[in-house]
Design a protein around this ligand. Sequence first.
Ligand code: ZN
Length: 244
Amino acid sequence: MIRRVVRLLLAVVMVASAAVAVTVTTASTAQADGCYTWGRTLSQGATGEDVRQLQIRVSGYPEYGEELAIDGEYGPLTAAAVTRFQEAYGLPADGVAGPRTFDQIYALQDDDCTPIHFTYSELNDCNSDWSGGAVSASTAQANALVNMWKLEAMRHALGDAPINVSSGFRSYDCNSAAGGSSTSRHLYGDAVDLTGSHSLCTLVQRARYHGFSEILGPGYSGHDDHAHLAHDPSPYWSAPSCGI
Ligand code: ZN
C-alpha cells in the first residue's frame, strides 16, 4: 500500500515537473527574442560582438581559478568554456556555439539579457541608475551582468537551489553607509555578497570554478555572515574557516 502511494506521488510529481518545464521553455524563448539573437554559428577564430555576447553568457564556465576574457575573440579558452556550458546542460559538447547552444542560452535569459534567476535590481542595493561608484553607470551595470551569468552557472552547478544576493553595486555614499572598504569592488558593480540555502563554505569553494577572482568568506574579517565574490585585477581568496 505504502509503495503504491509513493509510486502514485512520484507520477504526480513527474507530470507536474513536465508541465512546468514546458511552460518555462516556451516563455523564455519568446522573451529571448527581445534581448539578443545570434545569427551565425560561432567557433574558434570568430571575432565580433556576437562572440563577446556569447562570452558574457559562458563567463561562469572558465578553467578552475581563472576568468574568461570578454574580448570578442573566440580562442581556445572560449571554446573550452562553451564545452563546459554544453556539458552542464546535457548538449553535445564540441565547443562550437550553434543553434542548440543558442537555444539553451535563450531558455536561460530574460528580456533584458540577464539570466532568469537574477535581476539588475537584485544586484543594485543603492540607487536605480548605477551612478556614484568608481566607474561609469554603464560600466557598473555591464559588470553586474557578467556577475549574474557567473552566478547562474554556479547556481546550476549547485543543483539549481536558490542563491540570495544580499548586496551588489554600491555608490561611494552607499558603500560608506554599509561600512565597506574604500577600495571595495562593490564600487565597480562586479562584487556580490551572498547568503542563501547553501552553506557559506559551499558557496566560496564552488565560486572558484565559476570565474570569481576575489572570494572572501567565513574566517576572513567581517565575512562570517556572507560570501563575497567579485572580479579583482589582483586575485585573492580567503575563507580560513572553509580551508581557503
Ligand atoms: Zn562584499
